[in-house]
Design a protein around this ligand. Structure first.
Ligand SMILES: Nc1ncnc2c1ncn2[C@@H]1O[C@H](COP(=O)(O)OP(=O)(O)OP(=O)(O)O)[C@@H](O)[C@H]1O
Ligand SMILES: [Mg+2]
Length: 266
């Protein structure tokens, strides 16, 4: 006996329907940066990818979907508030080199003002940053996700039309195990994986130049090949990178490997 499909009321929103950018805005590529684990460098990688693409002459936006732990404005030293757009919505705030940014921290009275909202509200804020911000014409919109596989990453993967996901891991086995969860989540939601990057792989001693694998030898390359996901490469642990981020000067960070990041998506 054939089963009848449940009646779908036209008024009922389809949970799998993708949302759209505001009229007049368009992005050729929408890419999320994700990891199951906190503190592995998602925001740094998202921001550096934006910097690399901007240096290559692309029009780039960064949507900070980490509503409770936003870090993108700090990395770029942004303090301005988004202007209201004509009609509805908001304009993103521009960095020194013209990267367009939207983050909850740009809307809060103080940078350290906490956001104490439950999951569904956090998710709807992330969606509004996509639909209600006048991003304009972008080559790339980079979405920085909060850690884990909770409400906000789930909503972003389900409702934002993503071209792909970049997964970030650190060399510890634990970080990698948690990345595997993120891989499975992306596969379950049928969002393409661009690849896996291992961050904080090794530190070059400033005195003797010797490379130290601070967290042990990385396992990301092997795991990527066993999980049939492209290995994008290793990024060094570089104290100058964290200093640049802390000072809001990520766009002035000029290590030669930054240019390689643009090649992941170009
Ligand atoms: N390759 C690196 N070299 C040196 N410091 C780094 C590197 N990557 C990240 N960091 C530093 O590690 C800290 C955590 O990085 P970041 O905020 O990018 O991680 P995250 O995964 O986005 O964290 P969260 O899960 O809280 O969102 C920051 O202080 C950042 O400056
Ligand atoms: Mg982050």
């Amino acid at each position: 006996m054939s089963q009848e499909k449940p009646h779908q009321n036209a008024e009922t929103p389809d949970p799998l329907r993708k949302i759209e950018l505001a009229p007049g805005s368009a992005a050729k590529h929408v890419i999320a940066v994700m990891s199951g684990k906190g503190g592995v460098g998602k925001s740094s990688v998202a921001a550096l990818l934006a910097v690399a693409l901007r240096r290559a002459g692309r029009d780039v936006g960064v949507l900070d979907a980490d509503i409770t732990g936003p870090s993108i404005p700090r990395l770029f030293g942004l303090r301005g508030r988004p202007r209201a757009a004509q009609g509805e919505g908001m304009m993103p705030v521009q960095t020194a080199t013209g990267i367009r940014v939207m983050s909850i921290n740009l809307l809060l009275p103080e940078e350290d003002h906490p956001v104490i909202w439950r999951g569904p509200i956090l998710s709807s804020a992330a969606k509004q940053f996509f639909t209600d911000v006048h991003w304009g014409r972008l080559d790339y919109l980079i979405v920085d996700l909060p850690p884990g596989t909770g409400d906000v990453p789930l909503t972003v993967l389900q409702s934002i039309p993503l071209d792909g996901i970049i997964l970030v891991s650190s060399p510890q086995e634990l970080a990698l195990m948690i990345v595997r969860k993120a891989v499975k989540m992306a596969q379950a939601l049928q969002v393409p994986l661009i690849g896996l990057v291992e961050n904080m792989s090794s530190l070059r001693c400033p005195h003797c130049g010797h490379e130290v694998e601070v967290f042990g030898p990385g396992t990301a390359a092997a795991a990527a090949s066993s999980g049939a996901i492209r290995f994008l490469g290793r990024l060094p642990l570089d104290p100058e990178l964290s200093a640049a981020g802390d000072q809001g000067g990520l766009e002035s960070f000029t290590a030669p490997w930054v240019a390689d990041l643009a090649r992941w998506v170009e």
